[in-house]
Design a protein. Structure first.
Length: 356
């Protein structure tokens, strides 16, 4: 149900539907059950450490090394996604209603709490939380887009029923304040921020893909549709359909590719990222700052991966370690994982371990 990879790429932590918490060692090709009472959405890692983050069924959040040494423990609400900084000083978590909190215990405060819809129950996916390593930014992404100016609606407003922050939003990690709404997505949306904090990329259930540079977050750019090209904004009505797309730099799209996006994930520090199609075994490689797919990778012809079956509630079972070029994907059933290694020079993605 959820997965994360250590910065080194060696260790993988997964939480499963039966509440098992599994630690996988990619170097030794072994795995161990750490708990049978884990929150299924709580598998996480501590950046730049061989340490993991998770929550038990008594709602205790635990940070521990892969050797089992406990670094931090605290009581918390049932988390539907959380992240923590390498110094353990910044902890962000989301609940079932897509409210976001910073800190824990006496230092916990809401930074997004402005409605009960959209939510996990209503949208069929978790609120997507991701934090940059090198700059004080994090993002949230959930469902659709709201076109109201960010200054018109406070992110904490208990009397509001429908959230104004359901789409992709860029936040300041230090202040807990929203920086910008990143507009243009529709339906179920997933987004990622590069480790260096320079780029945000997104894809959604409707097939819309976008990217932004955090130096100018007000300006978004369309990713190319795999068959049609880049949609051109601000053209007059009445033109032939093909005139609304630039297809000048498209590469041939393989059979089975799908623009309806389940997840996006950076596969190196700041340059390359992957876009995963729903019901597809093909992942598209993109380069930051460009709308064009660079290459397509076949993840495995058998429909064993979590990308199958509209499993938006399980897109957290797709995880990467960008610095190490490691991709991990949960299997559709059976509890196993597939592990891939990306080579940025050769532009290859090789499956290096299939574990059941």
């Amino acid at each position: 149900m959820s997965a994360a990879v250590s910065t080194s790429g060696r260790y993988i932590i997964t939480a499963h539907q039966d509440h098992s918490l599994i630690l996988w060692d990619l170097k030794k090709k072994t795995w161990d059950t750490l708990s049978t009472r884990a929150n299924i959405y709580s598998a996480g890692v501590v950046p730049d450490r061989d340490a993991i983050l998770w929550q038990d069924l008594d709602n205790r959040v635990v940070v521990q090394t892969v050797a089992g040494d406990e670094l931090l423990r605290f009581d918390h609400f049932p988390t539907y996604g959380h992240v923590i900084s390498s110094d353990l000083n910044t902890y962000l978590s989301a609940d079932q209603q897509w409210n976001v909190f910073k800190g824990f215990g006496d230092r916990q405060k809401p930074i997004l709490k402005d409605g009960v819809s959209p939510s996990f129950a209503g949208s069929g996916k978790l609120l997507n939380l991701a934090m940059a390593k090198d700059r004080p930014y994090f993002i949230t992404a959930g469902f659709g887009d709201d076109h109201d100016p960010i200054e018109d609606y406070a992110p904490v407003a208990d009397g509001r029923r429908f959230s104004r922050y359901g789409g992709v939003t860029l936040w300041n990690t230090e202040t807990g304040e929203p920086v910008a709404k990143l507009r243009g997505n529709s339906s179920k949306t997933h987004a990622a921020i590069s480790p260096d904090g320079q780029w945000v990329v997104s894809g959604d259930e409707a097939g819309i893909g976008l990217y932004w540079n955090t130096h100018n977050p007000a300006k978004g750019y369309h990713l190319a549709h795999y068959h049609g090209g880049v949609f051109l904004d601000d053209l007059p009505d009445g033109l032939p359909d093909q005139d609304y797309f630039d297809s000048s730099q498209l590469i041939a799209a393989p059979k089975g590719v799908n623009t309806f996006t389940l997840a996006v994930a950076f596969i190196d520090h700041s340059r390359y990222y992957l876009r995963f199609g729903n019901n597809s075994h093909i992942a598209a490689l993109f380069e930051t700052g460009s709308p064009w797919p660079v290459k397509y990778f076949d993840l495995g012809a058998a429909p064993e991966l979590v990308t199958y079956g509209s499993q938006y509630s399980r897109n957290t079972a797709i995880a990467t370690a960008p610095e190490a070029g490691i991709l991990v994907m949960g299997h559709r059933s059976g509890g196993g994982i597939s592990v891939y290694r990306f080579n940025a020079e050769a532009l290859t993605l090789e499956r290096i371990w299939v574990a059941e």
